[in-house]
Design a protein around this ligand. Structure first.
Ligand code: GLU
Length: 461
């Protein structure tokens, strides 16, 4: 049995100005320690220095290969045109085609997309998928658009980046603010414009609706993957899943699936918070009832007063609406941030009363929060390990489309579990070998693989 020490010598992927990696100056990075891209590259370089990654590979990975920014007009329902800004960042394709989601959110910025694209490269490498890393998005509040406007925005964006994506070149997928429906519009637009085979249209995106070539099990895959990693690692630190008490930040696709899956495995959802409010119930909130309610009401606010809570019969009727501070300080075994980046800073990290943080979202903890968690002996299961379930089932979808196959859900779940458990073991091994924190260990295991690929392939010319 692996033992996981909670205190380690190395500082978790920190990037304070006084610890600025020389690569930052070589590449002219801005000196803003709060910048998500600088923080993410800092964590990656911290691990790269430990594993003695060749300098040329460090500088390649510290910048994306391509940064595409487009502006495109779309007619809104009231007849006037709005100019939208969209991004596609292609970080690295040494392992395979660029791969990663498309985010529709009002706060999408280039540096955030760059950070998320780098994380995709690391995720795919840690999971040993033959895929690279990319990410994209549109600066838009999807909740302010009608379904027709949303369709026009998605199709026009697809046409703007048409020559930059492709079924063997760059394959988008859903992310925050996008769903299977968006992927169906992208597939259709791509196929109509390229008039290539139907298979190309299908394979150019993953996360499609099942009837449009999507994979069974893809919708729940990210939440399922987080649960798989928790079930693999937590019992090793004597925290069984049966009886586990957990809280979730964010109740969208990842948070709500994870909560339902963990509940079905015998765990209890004690507290939850999203953009609309926070709830706590010490006897357990019914994750299934809450998911249905949240889907219908676009948020969890008011659940405690609803018929769904009373009917759920799991103590849901006793749930209280609580403050943000009370949410963070609710005692649980595991806390799962499953919302946006940088939501857990040092203040939130000080408030947490948990033994483990399992990152369902990308980059939810800042480096300063990481240091607080480490000082307090709270184990962090990092995002590049925990939330790779989405891209893993995306890979299965792409393979099924390529081979004209349809896998049953049992096969998808089984294969996903294998990939997640292998990634968890690789991370634990790296942690033991380098005596470091879990975040650095996950990066080390990812970098070892991509470093070997660069060493063997060499660099053109
Ligand atoms: N957006 C998801 C992520 O951040 C999935 C990406 C994909 O399936 O390509 O991992």
């Amino acid at each position: 049995m692996t033992t996981i020490a909670t205190q380690t010598e190395s500082t978790p992927g920190a990037v304070d100005s006084e610890q600025r990696n020389p690569v930052f100056d070589e590449l002219g990075f801005p000196k803003d320690p709060n910048n998500l891209y600088t923080q993410t590259v800092g964590s990656m370089l911290h691990a790269a220095d430990m594993v003695d990654l060749q300098h040329r590979v460090k500088i390649i990975l510290a910048q994306p290969k391509n940064e595409i920014m487009v502006h495109f007009p779309v007619r809104l329902d009231d007849g006037h045109h709005h100019l939208f800004k969209g991004y596609r960042v292609q970080h690295n394709n040494a392992l395979g085609p660029f791969k990663g989601g498309l985010r529709f959110h009002p706060d999408v910025h280039l540096d955030d997309v760059k950070a998320l694209a780098l994380l995709m490269t690391m995720k795919c490498s840690l999971a040993r998928l033959p895929l690279g890393g990319g990410k994209g998005g549109i600066k838009v509040d999807p909740h302010k658009l009608s379904p027709d406007e949303m369709e026009r925005v998605t199709r026009r964006f697809t046409s703007a980046i048409m020559n930059d994506i492709g079924p063997d070149y760059d394959i988008p997928a859903p992310d925050v603010g996008t769903s299977a429906q968006h992927m169906a519009w992208i597939a259709d637009t791509y196929q109509m414009s390229n008039s290539k085979s139907a298979y190309d249209g299908m394979r150019v995106v993953t996360g499609k609706p099942v009837e449009v070539g999507g994979s069974l099990g893809r919708e729940k895959a990210t939440g399922q993957g987080v649960a798989d990693v928790m079930a693999e690692i937590l019992p090793q630190i004597k925290i069984p899943i049966e009886g586990l008490r957990f809280s979730v930040l964010g109740f969208g696709n990842v948070g709500s699936w994870l909560a339902r899956i963990l509940q079905d495995m015998g765990a209890t959802l004690i507290a939850v918070m999203d953009h609309s409010g926070a709830l706590r119930c010490d006897t357990g909130i019914d994750a299934h009832a809450l998911s249905e309610y949240s889907y219908e009401h676009y948020g969890i606010a008011g659940f405690e007063k609803s018929k769904a809570a009373t009917d759920s019969g799991r103590g849901g009727k006793g749930a209280d609406a609580i403050s943000k501070e009370d949410f963070y300080s609710t005692p649980v075994d595991a806390f799962v941030p499953a919302a946006l980046e940088q939501m857990i800073g040092p203040q939130e990290a000080e408030m947490l009363q948990c033994r483990v943080v399992a990152e369902g979202a990308n980059a939810p903890c800042t480096p300063a929060a990481d240091r607080v968690l480490q000082r307090r002996g709270i184990e962090v299961l990092p995002a590049i390990l925990c939330n790779a379930g989405g891209v893993t089932v995306s890979y299965f979808e792409w393979v099924q489309n390529k081979a004209c196959q349809i896998w049953d859900e049992e096969t998808v779940d089984r294969e996903l579990n294998k990939v997640m458990c292998m990634s968890a073991r690789r991370t634990l091994l790296a942690r033991q070998r380098y005596e470091c924190d879990m975040r650095t260990a996950a990066y080390l295991a990812a970098l070892e693989h991509i470093g070997k690929v660069y060493k063997t392939r060499g660099i053109f010319p």
